[in-house]
Design a protein around this ligand. Structure first.
Ligand SMILES: [Zn+2]
Length: 160
């Protein structure tokens, strides 16, 4: 089999006194995401999708929340490590599609920069990295701005 598909999901709580970082972009907002690393929920969902495609478990296995090594970590660096892991196993990324669900702030101005950041780390063209943003129509915890979640799917291709 020379194709594999993976899907990933993540959610983090919104709190004050934290930066809001999505796809490696620091976005001005009065709330930020709580987490052991920089809590970049989009990058985490993509990492889980990549690992899931090869049944390698989830990011908690590789970067345990209790490990001081990853406190405040730049998630793009964690993504790079995950990418190296799949390259070592003979796989490359065909494309990624993702969606961020956030009631606020408006993310459209930052989407292109997120795609460029992710593509650069993964040695892809930006047109191989889809990032979309939507609201939850004020429904549920995401709609009440208690958190932001992200979904991602990734297609892996065998390198040989
Ligand atoms: Zn996360």
């Amino acid at each position: 089999m020379n194709l594999r598909i993976g899907n990933g999901y993540d959610i983090h709580r919104l709190v004050s006194d934290r930066p809001l970082i999505l796809g490696g972009v620091n976005i001005p907002h009065h709330l930020g995401l709580l987490g052991h690393s920089d809590a970049d929920v989009l990058t985490h969902a993509i990492m889980d999708a990549i690992l899931g495609a090869l049944s390698l478990g989830d990011i908690g296995h590789y970067f345990p929340p209790g490990d001081p090594q990853w406190a405040g970590a730049d998630s793009l660096i964690l993504l790079k490590k995950v990418h190296q892991l799949i390259q070592q196993q003979g796989w490359q990324i065909g494309n990624i599609d993702s969606v961020i669900v956030a009631e606020r702030p408006k993310l459209k101005p930052y989407i292109e920069k997120m795609r460029n950041n992710l593509a650069a780390v993964l040695q892809l063209q930006p047109n191989q990295v889809g990032v979309k943003a939507t609201t939850n129509e004020k429904l549920g915890p995401v709609g009440r701005e208690e958190g932001i979640c992200a979904y991602a799917v990734v297609l892996l291709l065998a390198s040989q």
